[in-house]
Design a binder for this molecule. Sequence first.
Ligand SMILES: Cc1ncc(C[n+]2csc(CCOP(=O)(O)OP(=O)(O)O)c2C)c(N)n1
Ligand code: SF4
Ligand SMILES: [Mg+2]
Length: 289
Amino acid sequence: MALDIYKINPEFRDIMPKEIIELEENATWAQNQERPRGIKELPETKELLEEHSLCAGCPEAATLRYVLSALPKPEDTVIVNSTGCTSLMFPHIALHTVHSLFGNQNAVASGIKRVLEWRFPDTQKDVVVLAGDGATVDIGLDYTLQSFFRQEKITTICFDNEVYANTGGQESGMTAKGQVFKMAPTGKKFDKVPMWELAKTSGCHYSVNMTGSAPKAVAKAVREAILVAREIGPTYLNIYTPCILEIGLSANEGLGEMKDQDKDRFASYKHVSPEAEEYLKKCKKEGLL
Ligand SMILES: Cc1ncc(C[n+]2csc(CCOP(=O)(O)OP(=O)(O)O)c2C)c(N)n1
Ligand code: SF4
Ligand SMILES: [Mg+2]
């Protein structure tokens, strides 16, 4: 049983911190366990991420919670991260995570996926990359695309805040044309790279562009992307999680910004290959979706 990974040794139970006991007793784990798992359970169950050191109200933190709540099999999932604001949450996630050198995340994830398939041929292990736009589309673009070209069975999630936030506001390929940042004072000179389209052209079987405004929509995309990656090939999610600090919004304004962009630059884009579509129908019949 995969959940045994988190069973506390009875001899140590009375000295365990309350948080660890709660994690064993109240977290939602895989779908086929007694307790159901999904976005609806999020308000009532122990979360896999409860604390973080991001700015108050940062949409990345809320969206990561939705992502974690939607993993089909969290105890058998490895999440690969890269340096950036997202990496400030990773030490607090109660799952297997790997921090890779900035930009290398898709190469590292590809290796991990291959080794896991070889080491655990009878267990489904999901490998998910979660990194910022600077890591995914700028400095790591080569590795991102190569993993798509090679049809690595991994899911790549880009938290697109359209800036190098963690290093104080440089423009990235995902920054919108004309945008001025502290360290891009003359404004971006060319258009935002449509990474979701590039993902499709480069071999992704499932590619979505969306914002983090709607928890259920994020959860659905995450689950579909991971299931397709298991059986068919690489999948990509581009999720707008604005850096409220760099665009001058206050802590309670991130959601409104995402909602505004749902109708504008992040109006929903979804590509599903014919093979992936067939497979998702099968998953639905089997109750995996
Ligand atoms: C190899 C390497 N190059 C550069 C850096 C510096 N660095 C740290 S975070 C970061 C920006 C991250 O931007 P992004 O991936 O968009 O994530 P965000 O902080 O915006 O969430 C950079 C350039 C580093 N840590 N390691
Ligand atoms: S700098 Fe921006 S992306 Fe980073 S934690 Fe703060 S609001 Fe979030
Ligand atoms: Mg960024």
